[in-house]
Design a protein around this ligand. Sequence first.
Ligand code: S3P
Length: 168
Amino acid sequence: MAKHLALVGLPGSGKSTIGRQVARQGGWVFVDADHAIEERLGCSIKDYFAQHGEAAFREIEAQVLRTLLQAPQPTVIATGGGAVLKPENRVALREGCTVFYLHAAPEDIARRLRGDTVRPLLQGVDALQRLQALQKVRGPLYREVAHYVLDTQRNNPTQVARKICMQV
Ligand code: S3P
């Protein structure tokens, strides 16, 4: 089976922007897992969360991820920020992909995502506090699944994409 490339990290860490650049530079197919999930759902993730809750979303996310990992062509996958929460996703990502953790501090992400209306976990709460809480829980999981950790603060997206291309 094809060895894919997956990007993991908090929402707003640059997974989609950088993933697109990596795919362009390396001649890979690019898939944004959130878009694939929305296609499958037929509605936005935000609406699905509101109607069915997070647990139901995580089930669909795991199914879509499994489908993406079965693609015959090598693919760059920008995962959703919570894709690492399910142990089976972590195993599947680690086995089927070279995994890059895009690390950024919650403070920087909160600045980048100011005014975001799309991400359900960041609505109606203090975004910085929420991101700090997510980081606490997920930081170790991102590190567990990742083959490489890259800092997105000291490098712009093009530089990060170049570093990724040099590793694969
Ligand atoms: C989520 C992140 C989102 C999306 C969903 C849940 C999370 O993806 O999958 O809203 O749990 O952090 P991005 O990381 O692309 O924003």
